[in-house]
Design a protein around this ligand. Structure first.
Ligand code: 3HC
Length: 311
């Protein structure tokens, strides 16, 4: 009869409902979610490093406090997302081991260096701006824990984007040297932030199935186009420019067009040969090893508590 668990799963998708941890789900659905959610979590945690580089170098106490708050938010996003992935049966230790062993992906964008204070503005405005374009639709992902985690994450991302934009606005209205620093940061972060959305649709092996499962709501190119349409207006407020004079709105396709992206560079970064891949993993490994005593102490304490409550 058609009332089996598969039919129930298909019905939940058909009525655009949520799949919850206790619901039956195809193993391939589970696998895709662990892949995407763990990569998302890794991205948040690795993404702390480029910005951490400027916490001690911030130009004022106000900027230092804001940047520290943002980096702490990213840590929280990572822990939130590891918890969502754990509801699918993959322990956090396993995900961390895979990351440290270089076996797990995280967002390409965090393998680029942060060369000046203005990079903190470009990252907030462009990288968190791209993240918002990608994460708002994920609030409606079919897997309950993931979609709900995204609601909280998106609220904090808008703060991240605004503080980045404000850094650039201040620099753009500052001295000539500050304007140039802001423009240079935009020039370096523009193309990599467009590549954050993933490869072109005709080279995106996961998209079709991910969209059929209501995980991915819009294609990589569709979200990239929306992002271009957003920043091409915002950059005017800064009185600066995007390093791409091919940007135009195509009335027929209703898509924003831009200069071709360097997908070989993207593939190199994904293969671990980006500018900062090695140092990002080395730093993550070091942090994990430095924190081993905390994890052991917490586990020992928990064991004692459990034993004490047994007697
Ligand atoms: N960086 C690294 N790998 C990427 C990538 C990127 N920017 N874009 C795609 N890939 C990988 C995919 O993981 C896939 O490899 P895999 O099958 O081995 O996992 C391959 O390239 C092909 O890409 P697909 O388009 O077929 O893959 P997806 O359907 O998974 O789409 C995605 C890629 C759009 C990134 C999707 O995974 C997604 O939406 N992930 C959740 C969002 C996310 O991870 N954002 C990362 C940034 S987090 C962040 O910005 C924090 C903010 O606070 C700054």
């Amino acid at each position: 009869d058609d009332s089996g668990p598969e039919a129930y799963f298909e019905q939940l998708l058909a009525e655009d409902s949520r799949i919850e941890p206790r619901d039956w789900m195809p193993e391939a659905y589970r696998k895709t979610l662990v892949r995407q959610i763990s990569q998302h979590a890794h991205s948040e945690i690795i993404g702390m490093q480029p910005e951490a580089n400027w916490i001690t170098r911030a130009p004022s106490l106000k900027r230092k406090a804001i940047l520290m708050a943002k980096v702490q938010d990213e840590a929280g996003h990572g822990l939130y997302l590891y918890s969502a992935a754990e509801t699918l049966g993959t322990p956090r230790e396993k995900m961390t081991e895979d990351l440290i062993a270089g076996k797990a992906r995280y967002s390409s964008i965090f393998n680029y260096p942060t060369l000046s204070w203005a990079d903190m503005g470009a990252i907030g405005w462009l990288v968190d701006g791209a993240a918002i374009c990608n994460q708002v639709p994920l609030c409606r992902a079919s897997y309950g824990p993931y979609g709900r985690a995204m609601v909280r994450v998106c609220k904090e991302e808008s703060f991240h984007q605004r503080q980045g934009f404000e850094i650039l606005l201040e620099l753009a209205n500052g001295t000539e040297a500050q304007r140039e620093m802001a423009q240079d940061a935009i020039n370096r972060w523009y193309a990599p932030s467009l590549m954050m959305f993933g490869p072109p649709d005709d080279d995106s092996p996961n998209s079709k199935q991910s969209m059929a499962w209501n995980i991915k709501r819009f294609s990589n190119d569709e979200l990239r186009s929306r992002f271009v349409g957003m920043i091409v207006e915002q950059v005017k407020v800064l009185g600066l420019t995007l390093p791409d004079d091919s940007i135009r709105y195509n009335e027929d396709t209703q898509q924003w067009e831009h200069a071709p992206l360097d997908w070989n560079e993207f593939k190199e970064v994904l293969a671990g040969r980006g500018p900062c891949n090695a140092q990002r993993l080395a730093r993550r490994r070091e942090a994990h090893e430095d924190g081993a005593w905390v994890r052991e102490a917490a586990a020992a304490y928990a064991a004692k508590q459990a034993a004490a409550h047994k007697t």
